[in-house]
Design a protein around this ligand. Structure first.
Ligand SMILES: Cc1cc2nc3c(=O)[nH]c(=O)nc-3n(C[C@H](O)[C@H](O)[C@H](O)COP(=O)(O)OP(=O)(O)OC[C@H]3O[C@@H](n4cnc5c(N)ncnc54)[C@H](O)[C@@H]3O)c2cc1C
Length: 398
């Protein structure tokens, strides 16, 4: 690719900074616009599994930094309403090969790019108009600008996707599961381990990857819930209502949620699009192909960023050819991961007491059998490794 293109990326979580990392190394001028006022911390642990993810991190030179922040979580206890352990989930299923807190990952990616990439926090794109030679962009707060390419890496509720492909409900496949995540001071004596308590259509999990603070996740299943993804107070109310009366120590966790500053809530929705680009605008990560829980969303975002940047470089400035190859290469991989995530609601939030007992019994029966542990490992990495990572020119730091 001809160096020196002006590229605008929307979204500074995982996909956006990963792409910025590569593009600036290939010699482009990169701006990232993020609607949050600062880099967003918080969120649960996200994981990388198998050689495709890990090779990508190695090529970025970030694997060691991430290993240093890894959670090294052990098995997760499945408990009953009295807090007694009835079974356990193997860590291979939950934590993959390298698990880090999402906020830590965002911080590492930001740290690796902030000196050479322009970050504009507290702003967002309001208009996109493109012609054969470039893209004119207007912003909510900043001056308008013209760019060679625009990338939507702004998550499931992508503004870029809406502006270029419209707000078609057919783009979304809701999985009917909603979850709130927040951090609170440790009260359960957990260290590198966690607990899951389930009632029909409700699950509460508490994890403490590093000791100290605990990360709480409250997940519920419900068909077609209407909520405003911008209204955090409404989201707290939703969690409080849905978990009122749930047993174990749920009341104590709900009280902590009211004080949590990093509360994050979202639906689990897959994004399915007929195409991932339109002219000079392309989508990456959850904005283009969110998978939902168990769909390797973070790995796909990081691998997709590598492939998109590598194809742009290999195409020598022909963005249309690069976008086409990026999509052709990534689509089957994404489809495999999305298919796996289809089954996640049954596992995360079983709908009846009977199904909860079956899930718990299954893990109790198989966890002590060595072949079963090998089977878990195979199942846990099967979709994440279903991709032949292309070899790209790896540019030195410029
Ligand atoms: C605060 C937070 C917590 C999360 N917690 C979890 C979790 O617990 N478990 C899990 O599986 N996944 C979680 N995720 C999602 C997970 O990070 C992604 O599924 C995955 O890593 C792919 O990342 P992404 O960069 O494509 O999308 P995302 O991580 O969703 O990032 C999108 C980014 O774009 C920004 N943005 C959104 N709209 C606009 C706009 N119009 N203009 C500019 N910027 C915009 C968002 O603020 C965000 O920083 C969380 C995401 C966030 C932002």
């Amino acid at each position: 690719m001809v160096p020196g293109m002006d590229i605008l990326i929307s979204g500074a979580s995982v996909a956006g900074p990963s792409l910025a990392f590569w593009l600036q190394r290939y010699g482009h001028s990169v701006t990232v616009v993020e609607k949050a006022p600062a880099l967003r911390g918080g969120g649960y642990a996200v994981d990388f599994r198998g050689k495709v993810h890990l090779t990508t991190l190695e090529r970025m030179g970030l694997r060691a930094q991430l290993e240093a922040r890894a959670t090294h979580m052990g098995d997760i206890a499945l408990i009953d309403g009295d807090g007694a352990q009835v079974s356990a989930l193997p860590s291979a299923i939950f934590s993959g090969d390298l698990e880090v807190l999402r906020g830590d990952l965002a911080e590492v990616l930001y740290g690796a790019t902030r000196e050479r990439v322009r970050y504009r926090f507290g702003d967002q794109i309001t208009g996109i108009a493109q012609d054969a030679h470039g893209v004119d962009v207007t912003f909510a707060n900043g001056e308008p600008g013209r760019f060679d390419l625009v990338v939507g890496a702004d998550g499931v509720h992508s503004g870029v996707r809406r502006l270029v492909l419209g707000d078609d409900p057919a783009h979304r496949k809701p999985l009917g599961v909603y979850g709130g995540v927040f951090t609170m001071p440790g009260t359960m004596g957990l260290r590198r381990t966690g607990i899951i308590y389930s009632e029909p259509n409700r699950s509460v999990s508490v994890m403490s990857p590093h000791g100290g603070d605990q990360i709480v996740s409250m997940t519920f299943a419900e068909p077609g819930l209407d909520f405003d993804h911008r209204d955090v107070e409404q989201q707290r109310r939703l969690i409080a209502e849905r978990f009122a009366g749930v047993g174990w120590r749920t009341a104590e966790l709900l009280a902590a949620m009211e004080r949590a500053e990093d509360f994050w809530f979202d639906e689990t929705t897959q994004i399915h699009l007929d195409r991932w680009s339109h002219g000079r605008v392309v989508l990456l990560g959850d904005a283009g192909f969110a998978g939902g829980p168990g769909g390797n969303g973070t790995g796909l975002a990081v691998v997709g960023a590598h492939v998109l940047a590598g194809e742009l470089d290999a195409a020598g400035g022909d963005h249309a050819a690069a976008f086409e190859r990026y999509e052709r290469l990534m689509r089957p991989y994404v489809a495999t991961c999305q298919k796996q995530a289809d089954g996640s609601p049954d596992f995360l939030v079983p709908s009846t007491w009977k199904k909860i007992a079956q899930r718990n019994r299954f893990f109790k029966t198989v966890r002590y059998v060595p072949p079963a542990r090998r089977l878990f490992r195979y199942l846990a990495t099967r979709t994440a490794t279903a991709f032949e990572l292309p070899e790209y020119r790896l540019p030195a730091l410029v």
